[in-house]
Design a protein around this ligand. Sequence first.
Ligand SMILES: [Zn+2]
Ligand SMILES: [Zn+2]
Length: 94
Amino acid sequence: MWIGLMTLFLFSNCVASFKQAKLVRKLELLPRRREYLCEACQSSPPIGNFWRCPHCGQGTDLFVRQGTCTECGRLIDFIPCVDKGIILFQTRRV
Ligand SMILES: [Zn+2]
Ligand SMILES: [Zn+2]
């Protein structure tokens, strides 16, 4: 148990060298939407208001309504990956 915690702690320190380390560590503990995968890093998006709508500027969870803002109802074609901050999920299936 303690060894596990130590390993976790050391690993966390490692990750801490990255800019968004705190955020990343927090994100790792969040429930994820397994039905979506980032096209860049294959991680699933967390559940919650982690995105800012480019149309109305409100924080929203873009996966609640398949890429539609829960505040203004506009469709967002590409949702950025929360883990890497780059491209990510295409909401419109081709
Ligand atoms: Zn990603
Ligand atoms: Zn909006």
